[in-house]
Design a protein. Structure first.
Length: 215
């Protein structure tokens, strides 16, 4: 009787023990699956985040490269602009120097060509004096000639200005006829001389200045 009672008690206990073991195994199995799923999700999320970080890093690197490239292009453009401005300044400075020096010529020789009263034709003495200058002009292409015409104060001012211009034109035409290039001749009629210290016959003249451009 007692043995039967023990058996009755032991069998449910064994069954309960077996059930408890099965429950622990199930719990462990379930927890293992959950942990595996969680690890997989964490790994997948971590990979996704790493990929996103890599993409952002690549994008930022690309932006940095483009910015660097743009900066290089901008620097090149600025250098070219600076070079162009420097060249323009150099050209402007050279033109300014040339313009400022356009009248900076050295006087080589002066000849006075005389005229009679109210006359503008060249006499033999005037032509002889001019032939000497023409020879020098032919031998030296750096030479040029300035002509300044004058008249005495007798008569009206306007008439004497025109007379001085006719005298200058007579000298200029003679030089051109003898082979002097027109651009090498600079002429102007200045009208009457009012200097009382000179006789009138000395005022009826064209002052011929032989000029040379300095090196």
């Amino acid at each position: 009787m007692r043995q039967g009672l023990r058996l009755v008690i032991v069998l449910p206990a064994a069954a309960l023990l077996a059930t408890g073991c099965a429950t622990r195994d199930w719990v462990r199995e379930t927890l293992g699956k959950k942990e595996a799923e969680l690890d997989q999700r964490v790994t997948s999320e971590s990979q996704r985040v790493d990929k996103r970080i890599a993409e952002e890093a690549q994008r930022v690197e690309g932006m940095g490269f483009r910015l660097a490239e743009t900066g290089t292009v901008a620097l090149g453009a600025r250098d070219r602009a600076d070079a162009a401005f420097a060249k323009a300044d150099e050209v402007s400075s050279r033109l300014t120097r040339l313009w400022d020096a356009r009248h900076q010529r050295n006087l080589v020789e002066t000849v006075q060509v005389r005229f009679g009263f109210d006359r503008w034709e060249l006499n033999d003495a005037a032509q002889t004096a001019l032939l000497t200058l023409i020879k020098e002009l032919r031998e030296n292409p750096r030479l040029a000639v300035d002509l300044e015409g004058y008249a005495d104060p007798k008569g009206t001012f306007d008439y004497n200005v025109a007379l001085s211009q006719r005298r200058v034109e007579a000298v200029r035409r003679y030089l051109v006829d003898k082979g002097v290039a027109l651009p090498r001749i600079h002429s102007v009629g200045l009208g009457p001389l009012l200097d009382g210290g000179q006789p009138d016959e000395q005022k009826r003249r064209v002052t011929v200045k032989l000029m040379v451009q300095p090196d």
